[in-house]
Design a protein around this ligand. Structure first.
Ligand SMILES: *Cc1c(COP(=O)(O)O)cnc(C)c1O
Length: 236
């Protein structure tokens, strides 16, 4: 299957999942998770009509952006971001989905203020409280959202989560439901610098469940590009 056929198939599944949940399919955006795919393949996905591209390695972003890989679509950063690489990402992407700790929030804010811009961000939430994973706890996010006025270099636009790899369909629905509740809780308040428009959850294996639970953006790699070859050397 070609990339464009894969995108069409994912779109069809997204539409069906949205309708089954009584939602308008236009409420859910499709982000292509482009890691380990070169600029040509990313361009193919863009041409096939994905809504956004997401990179999770600074190295790849810096390589592909000058080649015009993402032209015409918003670019998001979705991976772990080291504070010493913040200056390569802030102002270069439309949204940083993976703000997962105070130190990073502060670094992004500071860099954006220095550039005279406001960087859109999401909070990454460690929704299954997995010890090996980064991310704010729901309690931390609830406590931090009212204080976003203290960070005028950023705007909080929503939440992102990477729940555990699901063994079978349905496994992650409880986490997606918790995410939606948190999203609605914070979005129901009127906080400075907060505009809760994006709930980013759902990947190749579980996006239909995520859509059923209120996702507004799914991040899909494998189902668009095919399996990744991890035997090739990668740098972050
Ligand atoms: C790779 C990646 C995805 C997509 O994963 P697939 O299972 O290949 O769809 C989504 N989100 C993030 C943060 C990723 O790194």
């Amino acid at each position: 299957m070609s990339i464009s056929e894969n995108v069409a198939a994912v779109r069809a599944n997204m539409d069906a999942a949205a309708r089954a949940a009584g939602r308008d399919p236009r409420e859910v955006l499709l982000l292509a998770a482009t890691k380990m795919n070169d600029a040509d393949r990313v361009r193919e996905a863009v041409a096939a009509g994905v809504d956004a591209c997401g990179e999770n390695r600074v190295q790849e972003l810096v390589q592909k952006q000058p080649l015009g890989a993402y032209v015409g679509k918003p670019l998001h950063f979705i991976g772990h971001l080291q504070t010493n690489k913040v200056n390569k990402v802030v102002g270069k992407v439309d949204l940083i989905q993976s703000v997962d700790r105070m130190e990073l929030l502060e670094a992004v804010n500071k860099t954006a203020l220095r550039l005279g811009i406001r960087q859109d961000i999401l909070f990454e939430i460690n929704i299954a409280a997995e010890p090996q994973k980064g991310g704010f706890s729901p309690e931390e996010a609830l406590a931090l959202a009212p204080r976003m006025g203290e960070y005028p270099g950023v705007r909080l636009c929503g939440l992102m989560a990477i729940p555990p790899i699901s063994e079978k369909k349905g496994d992650n629905r409880k986490y997606f439901a918790k995410m939606r509740n948190l999203f609605v809780d914070i979005g129901g308040k009127k906080y400075d610098n907060v505009s809760m428009v994006c709930l980013s959850m759902g990947m190749s294996d579980d996006y239909e469940d995520a859509i059923a639970e209120g996702s507004t953006m799914i991040r899909v790699g494998t189902a668009i590009f095919g399996p990744r070859d991890y035997s090739k050397k990668q740098e972050s």
